[in-house]
Write a protein that binds this ligand. Structure first.
Ligand code: SF4
Length: 335
């Protein structure tokens, strides 16, 4: 085990490089794992291939860096930390789970003290801890709970969620008293909480911290409600199309442009790779934006003008009830 806390499957990668006779290999890592890039490159370099690290930000399997790989005449992309989606690639890509080696049993036992009144617990996690859900189930069963793990087949593992793919949450929402999310940080846990009105608790196996997400969810709901209200007053709208391979939804953007124009407002389509506050500020005549790319962007960041998800736009145009949005979630992406 060369990389503390994660299994980066270096032997498997070396075999793949040798078997495929790859001459140039692009290494793509999410932010938390980038620090291991140089060591991985050193190991891969021993095969005789030229390893190159992609240093750009990478937050999901929606962002496999195929265009850059083509520019660099890459033979193989090794993408860490996210699981394969339905997207077809023109360059071979291997996905490495980056399985966490940290045990989850202790934090799940601790979490069970916070959910005494729950009988049926929906268990969800990220790719890194997906294979530890069986251990979590055992702990919950020992304290008299029924652990329910959905297997919708849309992601690699039962109970797995991504930032915007919450099918393994919504599939069991009527069968559980609440959701227990296992994993580090708040990003995925908040996504779970935002896709259901059931209570959600986050258990962090790295820090041992356990937290209910109620206040954070209320804060996001209030901010989103205010932005939808502001959006209704806007006259000129920018409809954003992301350039990342799994975020490119031009047809959806064209539909939304028409919806905006049919309401008497003006709409312009913008394409961006990184959607940032600075990027949007370059368009002072636009009063609000619709983001058809990563749906978490507007939910997790504050922009100076309203930036709505497509489902929020439906609320703004009275085609979807606010209560339905809160109950069923903000995301329509299948990434
Ligand atoms: S589109 Fe989905 S998978 Fe991609 S970065 Fe956003 S939340 Fe993550």
């Amino acid at each position: 085990m060369l990389f503390s806390g994660f299994d980066l499957e270096e032997k498997r990668i070396i075999n793949e490089v040798l078997q495929r006779k790859a001459k140039r290999v692009l290494i793509q890592l999410p932010e938390g794992l980038k620090k291991h890039g140089p060591q991985l490159a050193e190991i891969l370099g021993r095969t005789g291939a030229l390893p190159i690290i992609s240093a750009d930000p990478c937050y999901g399997a929606c962002d496999v860096t195929v265009d850059e790989a083509k520019n660099l005449a890459i033979d193989l992309i090794v993408h860490f930390g996210h699981s394969k989606t339905d997207t077809q690639f023109t360059i071979p890509v291997i996905f490495i789970d980056a399985k966490a080696t940290q045990s989850v049993s202790k934090v799940v036992k601790n979490a069970s003290n916070y959910i005494e009144e729950w009988q049926r617990v929906g268990l969800v996690t990220t790719l890194q801890h997906a294979r530890a859900l069986e251990d979590a189930k055992v702990v919950l069963t020992e304290v008299g709970k029924e652990a329910i793990v959905a297997d919708t087949g849309v992601l690699k593992y039962p109970g797995q969620v991504t930032g915007c793919n919450l099918h393994n949450v919504t599939a069991i929402v009527d069968q559980v008293d609440g959701f227990l999310f296992i994993g580090g940080g708040r990003f995925h846990a908040l996504g779970v909480a935002l896709s259901t009105t059931r209570p959600t608790i986050a258990a962090n196996p790295y820090t041992g911290e356990v937290a209910f997400l109620k206040d954070e969810v209320q804060r996001v709901w209030r901010r989103r409600f205010a932005e939808i209200h502001e959006f209704r007053k806007a006259k000129r709208i920018g409809v954003i199309v992301g350039l990342k391979i799994g975020q490119k939804r031009l047809a959806r953007a064209v539909q939304l442009k028409k919806l905006v124009e049919d309401s008497g407002k003006k709409a312009t389509i913008l394409v961006l790779r990184e959607i940032t506050e600075n990027g949007l500020q370059q368009f002072p005549t636009l009063n609000a934006f619709i983001n058809t790319a990563c749906p978490r962007l507007a939910l997790d960041n504050s922009f100076h003008k309203p930036v709505l998800t497509p489902r929020e736009v439906l609320v703004a145009f009275d085609r979807l009830e606010w209560e339905t949005l809160c109950r069923e979630g903000w995301f329509e992406s299948e990434i």
